[in-house]
Structures are given as C-alpha cells and as structure tokens.
Design a protein. Structure first.
Ligand code: ADP
Ligand code: BMX
Ligand code: ZN
Length: 289
C-alpha cells in the first residue's frame, strides 16, 4: 500500500510512490503554461498513470492557495496564467481514491519539521519559481483559515521594486525568486532563466553575481522579519534556487550583518527537492513525526 504524492510547482510537476517516509518511484515533467485547466489536467494524468498501482490515497503539495480542494493562485503568472483549478475534484475523479491537497511550502515545512522535530519552532522557505513559506509552531503546521498562512514571498521587500504577479509592488518574490531573478536580467542576460544566470554567476559574470546576491540579501531580510514575527529556532531553505550551490552561504552572510536579535539557525532542506512530496504524503498518512 502506497501514497501517490504529487508536487505541482510553477516550473515542474513531480509525482512519487511513497511508502512510509520512503520514495519508491518518482517521475517529473514540466508544468504546462496555459490559462485553461486542460493542459494541467492532461499533464497530471500522464504523469501519475505509471505510479497508480497499489496507491491507497493521493496527497498533493501544490503551488498556490488550497481551500476546500480548490487551487487558487496568489500569483497566477507562476501557473502560466491559470488562476483557479478544482484540483481535488479532478484527481478524485481520475484516481477514484481519497485525495488531500495543501500548499507546497506548507507541505515541505511539515516534512522538514518531521525530519528534525526537536529543532523547535521552524519556518521553511522555498526559493523556486516563486518564494513560498510554511510555518510550524508548537509542533503544529500553520495553514490559516483560508490556506494563506506562510505566504512569506508576498511580504514587502522594496516599495519601489518590480511589480509582483499578485498585484503588489516590490514583494520578496518579485526580487528573490527564480522568475524574479530572470525578469530583472538585462542586456546579455535578458531572456535567460535563473539556472543559466546562476551558472554565469559561478563563472564570474558581474550582472549575474549581482542578481544572485540581491536575491540572497532580500531573503536574508525576510528571514530577519520572520524571526521577529515568530521567534522561530530554525529556518530551512529549499527550492532549486534555495538549494543552488553557494546560495545558502550568501544568505547566511547577509543575515549575519543584521543585529543579533534577528539571528536564527539556517539549514538546507533535509529532503532537498522532495520535501513537498514527502510532506504531503506524511500529512495524508497522518504521521506526526
Ligand atoms: P518549482 O518552482 O516548480 O517547484 P524548482 O524548485 O525547480 O521548481 O524551481 C524552479 C526555478 O529554479 C526556476 O526559476 C529555475 O530556473 C531555477 N533553477 C533550477 N535549477 C537551478 C539551479 N541548479 N540553480 C539555480 N536555479 C535553478
Ligand atoms: C507563489 C505562490 C505560493 C507558492 C510559492 C512557491 C501561486 C501559484 N503560488 O508565491 O502559493 O507556495 O509561489 O511556489 O500563487 P513554487 O512554484 O515556486 O514552488
Ligand atoms: Zn506578491
């Protein structure tokens, strides 16, 4: 008996067969960009088909806000313009299994808390297509009344900064995320994605290094704010930008320049790129730690 775990991100869809805390099989494909749900439905259907055997339940970690099984984007640009999708209804229909779904960063926060439950209050931040967050206080994952809790990427970093897809100006996400980094690239870097910009930064390209540093500095300021709000004992970083070589060290360096009261233990996600998948599975299985 396994849990079919699905992670819907702004860049990639991942699915896995999970037994206990172990991933037995895993598949991945790009997230389709379309304002209509059809493309996402088709991509999900073909992604999960080979993993359905023996599945007892479905657990989804998805970018966006999950409320009553409906996926709503706070930043529709991260889902190819798709703003609303009946996620749980669709997956129940095609799998005939019980389906639970929560926000991707909230799910990842739960997995990371379970990996180190003695670490105390914890905040997870994913720096990926967007910037997402999940908060675990007193051993409880905070989801909020309508699923919005932990959306730390949409706190203000710079009132004069770039417009965010959520409608606000200068959100952390608009500056620090993979999409945000790419959108700010100019000249010879224009049109490149964050992965390519990170490679050029590693080769010493000045603008690329500045974009990466600006992201890391923005994240460090967010972490200081998070410490002030939650007094958490640790902050865990995930996502492909967050886990990129050298990124966490830059964040730690910028954070160390803030006053002592804002200092907090920083670590990379124990489950790396699978934290969302595992967190959703653990929540669906009812595992507490
Ligand atoms: P998702 O947002 O779908 O969960 P990821 O966590 O992989 O997916 O984040 C996607 C973002 O990370 C994209 O902006 C991509 O360009 C960037 N990215 C992917 N790999 C790397 C890498 N090795 N270094 C830096 N950025 C990366
Ligand atoms: C956005 C928002 C969050 C999500 C975060 C990280 C949407 C579609 N998503 O802030 O709900 O947790 O991105 O998502 O509004 P990812 O795609 O980068 O993993
Ligand atoms: Zn925003």
């Amino acid at each position: 008996m396994t849990t079919l775990a699905i992670d819907i991100g702004g860049t990639k869809l991942a699915a896995a067969q999970v037994a206990g805390q172990t991933i037995i099989a895993r598949r991945e494909c790009p997230t389709p960009a379309s304002r209509t749900p059809r493309a996402l439905q088709q991509a999900l259907q073909s992604l999960i088909a080979p993993l359905m055997e023996e599945a007892q339940r479905v657990a989804v970690a998805s970018t966006g806000i999950l409320n009553n099984g409906i996926l709503t984007a706070i930043n529709p640009a991260n889902l190819g313009g798709l703003a609303q999708f009946p996620l749980v209804g669709f997956l129940s229909e095609i799998t005939h299994l019980p389906v639970m779904a929560i926000n991707d960063a909230q799910a990842a926060a739960w997995a990371e808390f379970c990996a180190l439950p003695t670490a105390g209050d914890m905040v997870f931040l994913t720096v990926s297509t967007g910037v997402g967050g999940g908060v675990v206080l007193n051993g409880k994952l905070q989801m909020g009344n309508g699923g919005l809790a932990g959306h730390l990427g949409h706190t203000l970093a710079d009132p004069a900064g770039p417009l965010c897809g959520c409608g606000r100006r200068g959100c952390v996400e608009a500056i620090a995320s993979g999409r945000g980094i790419a959108a700010q690239a100019r000249g010879e870097l224009a049109g490149l994605d964050a992965k390519a910009i990170f490679s050029l930064a590693a080769q010493g390209a000045i603008q690329a290094r500045e974009l990466v540093a600006q992201s890391a500095q923005t994240l460090a300021r967010l972490i200081a704010d998070v410490k002030a709000v939650t007094d958490c004992q640790s902050v865990v970083i995930g996502g492909s930008v967050g886990l990129a070589e050298g990124y966490l060290a830059q964040v730690a360096n910028f954070l160390s320049r803030e006053p002592q009261v804002y200092q907090v233990a920083l670590r990379a996600a124990h489950y790396r790129h699978d934290a969302g998948l595992l967190g959703a599975a653990l929540l669906a299985q009812g595992d507490v730690s």
